[in-house]
Design a protein. Structure first.
Lengths: 375, 394
């Protein structure tokens, strides 16, 4: 296994970097916020992103995609972390596409994925029922009927839920407790999507399912056997989040290092103080560890490695911890100006907190890692 | 059809199976199980000697070194296969050696052909045990302020002064040493990197006892010690460059102590065996969390070592990166021993060993405290990262 990018991947990285830095730098996020953007992202920018082919990276060629794999998408997400660019890449192009590839039938893939690849059709994953990430303890219920299913319950923190055409929903059978996955149109009767502005200006939604009637073909995968694909879908999403967190950590760190060189106190640059230097050096080492973890995890996804659950939890736990430290220290090392809305460093802290919390925080993943390793 | 690499793997597996004695496939029990070779080798068993001889014959004590210097001449892929196959049968390294991990790379880069021919093959075969003469009583972190003085005496130099913290100074056959050859020059510029036989008249050592109760290092004194002029590595008064280069290898090596040795049990499995579980989880949830954090960091370091090797292969240079490994690896190893102490409870407090323990753990735990000091302290590594990698001022 090699943990360096090949030439093609480096070109993709440079292209993603250039595009995002010019079209959607952090000031773009600020404009969206101040303009009160309903979707939480710019539909115009999303069109351009789709034209770059990024929505199609994970979609296999037979469904109109590029079949370029998780490494490719991870490279782009990392760059999105650097610019904090909001877009449905994580929710739809990664998580949604993974769900279809893992659990969907050929017909389901053929009917939806081509439009997902062009960015015209959007997915969102509705997994949590409470304020906590507990995919196994699903509260939303499903009932079998003669010609299909009936779904009821409320899902929280659905990333990009208000702009999704199709929701991927986990639900539990009341008596057996088994979990199944369903494809539900965002505008189906009985579905009430309530958009929420998150602290990072991106959008989440609370979605209520009020006895929603579903056809047979709404079922994703096998009835009652949804937990294992759900785990796999979430693990891919967590690794995607980790790639974005890596971009956030690197950018916040580099900006902070610039500031340490430029800001003077006591007649010298504050970066000459050893109390700050050592903390900076430790963070640098931690970011190096994170780079390896993310590369390894993306590669493991592409190689369909068996212990992907362990790898995903390892990676998410590590990235949560490091990016949290780096963004927090980013504020501290900037002093008062770091606390101002006018300065951009605080935006990194906010986005980090969202990614840290959703799909399992570091406590969740430390616990899961230990459990998976049987201790 | 089998690829060349697969073929090599099979042949290696076969050879190891035939040639690695069974006794060399069990984890170390004590210091005596380490094989250091040298002029007067202390083999703890015939098997240990046999294993060294057989591996040295193939050049596999230093698989990556060129064959003309006693190495195996293997490229990275083949070396990795050899390491994997050795790990697979839990084979012990045939030889521990400062010659391999420190002097060798420096000689390879800065030594002239005669010096390489003279010293490298003997290092590869484990015939000479080397000691490191760097630190002095007043030159520790500020190493370049060293005072041991070598004066030009015509066809040779005469060395006077002393070194301290010389690991295995009493067991070393030769010393690689940094000495001041020009007291007038600025401190980094008057230093030379020299080699001499520790049996030369005028060299004496005095043991220093550690908190672990062991005495693996010495003070080393020089009284008019003769150093041949052909035993200078690199140019006269340019030894600091050689010394620093050697340190990057030393740091990488020390950093590697943070990684689990092949065949050793993971912390979590030791914890499960010793402490038991309730409902599948360790009984102490806080300790369990710390073990999980440790194991995650351990894996991340392993992956980073691998990634860096890939990058070095692709043309990047190691340089200051070795400081990250040194810092991270040693912090990790020290965390490992703190966790092991907690995992073993009061059984870890037994100094001489008894029914529940062999008394090794508390000594190894104490010894691990030196990891963040030897080879340049943690603080010095952080200074290097801050200045040379991050470019911070001051
Ligand atoms: C187990 C062991 C084996 C060793 N083996 C060898 C050997 O074989 N050969 C050899 O030559 N040497 C050897 N050493 C010596 C080792 O390299 C030195 O101990 C080390 O470089 C520190 O020097 P010092 O002990 O003089 O501490 P000092 O330099 O006095 O340091 C004391 C404290 O001050 C801190 N400090 C010093 N300068 C700075 C700074 N600029 N910024 C921040 N903090 C600072 C240090 O980090 C440390 O915490 C060994 C040491 C140990 C512990």
């Amino acid at each position: 296994m090699t943990l360096v990018l090949n030439e093609e991947q480096q070109i993709l990285k440079a292209a993603a970097h250039d595009f995002l830095q010019s079209k959607a730098p952090v000031s773009h996020l600020r404009e969206l916020r101040d303009g009160g953007a309903d979707a939480g992202y710019s539909p115009q920018l999303w069109k351009e992103i789709a034209e770059m082919g990024w929505a199609a990276i994970l979609v296999p060629e037979e469904y109109g995609g590029l079949g370029y794999g998780y490494m490719g998408l991870g490279i782009v997400l990392e760059q999105c972390g650097r610019t904090l660019t909001p877009s449905p890449l994580l929710a739809s192009a990664l998580t949604g596409v993974t769900a279809l590839l893992r659990a969907g039938s050929k017909e389901q893939c053929a009917s939806i994925l081509p439009a997902v690849a062009t960015g015209d059709h959007l997915f969102a994953l509705a997994v949590d029922d409470t304020a906590y990430h507990r995919p196994q303890k699903c509260l939303t219920t499903v009932r079998k009927t003669d010609d299909g299913f009936v779904l009821s319950g409320t899902k929280t923190a659905v990333i990009d839920g208000s702009s999704a055409d199709t929701l991927i929903v986990s639900a539990r059978t009341a008596d057996s407790g088994d979990i199944s996955l369903f494809l539900v149109a965002g505008n189906a009767p009985g579905v009430d999507v309530h958009g929420v502005k998150a602290l990072d200006t991106h959008r989440m939604a609370t979605v209520r399912f009020d006895d929603v009637a579903l056809d047979q073909d709404a079922l994703l995968g096998e009835f009652g056997a949804g937990l294992s694909p759900l785990d796999a879908i979430l693990d891919a999403a967590r690794i995607g989040q980790s790639a974005e967190l890596l971009g956030i950590a690197q950018e916040a760190f580099e900006r902070t290092m610039e500031y340490l060189k430029q800001r003077k106190q006591f007649g010298v640059p504050i970066g000459s103080f050893q109390g700050l230097q050592h903390r900076a050096a430790i963070m640098f080492g931690e970011i190096e560890m994170c780079k390896s973890a993310v590369l390894h995890a993306l590669k493991a996804l592409d190689d369909e490695q068996e212990n992907i659950a362990e790898i995903a939890s390892l990676t998410k736990a590590k990235l949560c911890e490091t990016t949290h430290t780096v963004t927090t220290e980013g504020i501290q090392m900037h002093g008062g100006i770091g606390m101002t809305d006018e300065y951009e460093i605080g935006f990194f802290l906010k986005r980090c907190k969202i990614l840290e919390t959703l799909y399992g925080d570091r406590y969740f993943h430390l616990d899961r890692f230990a459990t998976l390793r049987a201790y | 059809m089998m690829s060349k690499l697969d073929e090599f793997r099979l042949q290696t597996r076969e050879w190891l199976n035939e040639n690695c004695p069974a006794a060399m496939r069990i984890p170390y029990r004590s210091e005596a199980d380490l094989c250091w070779g040298g002029r007067n080798p202390e083999f703890s068993s015939e098997d240990q000697k046999l294993w060294l001889t057989r591996m040295a014959e193939r050049g596999w004590t230093v698989p990556t070194w060129p064959t003309e210097y006693g190495g195996g001449g293997l490229d990275r892929e083949h070396t990795k296969i050899l390491a994997e196959e050795m790990a697979h049968i839990h084979a012990r390294p045939p030889l521990e050696s400062f010659g391999i991990s420190m002097l060798g790379p420096a000689l390879m880069k800065f030594g002239n052909e005669a010096l390489k021919q003279e010293h490298l093959p003997r290092i590869a075969r484990g015939e000479i045990r080397w000691a490191q003469g760097y630190s002095e009583p007043n030159a520790g972190s500020d190493l370049a302020s060293l005072q041991a003085r070598a004066t030009d005496n015509g066809d040779h130099y005469l060395l006077n002064g002393s070194k301290i913290w010389t690991s295995y100074g009493d067991k070393g056959d030769w010393m690689f040493c940094i000495v001041r050859t020009d007291p007038e020059a600025r401190k980094h510029e008057g230093i030379s990197f020299v080699l001499f036989d520790m049996a030369t008249p005028g060299v004496s050592t005095k043991p220093i006892r550690l908190i672990s109760g062991n005495s693996p290092f010495t003070e080393t004194f020089f009284d008019n010690v003769r150093i041949e002029k052909n035993q200078i590595v690199g140019d006269v008064n340019r030894g600091w460059t050689v010394a620093k280069y050697l340190l990057t290898h030393e740091r990488e090596m020390i950093g590697g102590t943070g990684l689990l040795n092949a065949g050793a049990d993971s912390l979590s499995s030791i914890a499960v065996t010793n402490m038991g579980t309730a409902g599948g989880a360790l009984r102490d949830p806080m300790l369990r969390a710390d073990i999980a954090r440790f194991e995650i960091d351990e894996m991340c370091l392993g992956l980073t070592v691998e990634r860096t090797r890939d990058e070095v292969k692709a043309g990047a240079s190691l340089g200051a990166t070795s400081s990250i490994f040194k810092y991270y690896g040693t912090e990790l190893n020290m965390r490992r021993y703190e966790l092991l102490m907690a995992i073993h409870g009061s059984a870890a407090l037994d100094w001489d060993g008894g029914e529940e323990s062999d008394g090794r753990l508390p000594k190894t735990w104490l010894r691990s405290k030196g990891n963040s000091i030897e080879g340049g302290t943690s603080e010095i590594q952080l200074n290097i990262v801050a200045k040379r990698i991050l470019g911070l001022p001051g």
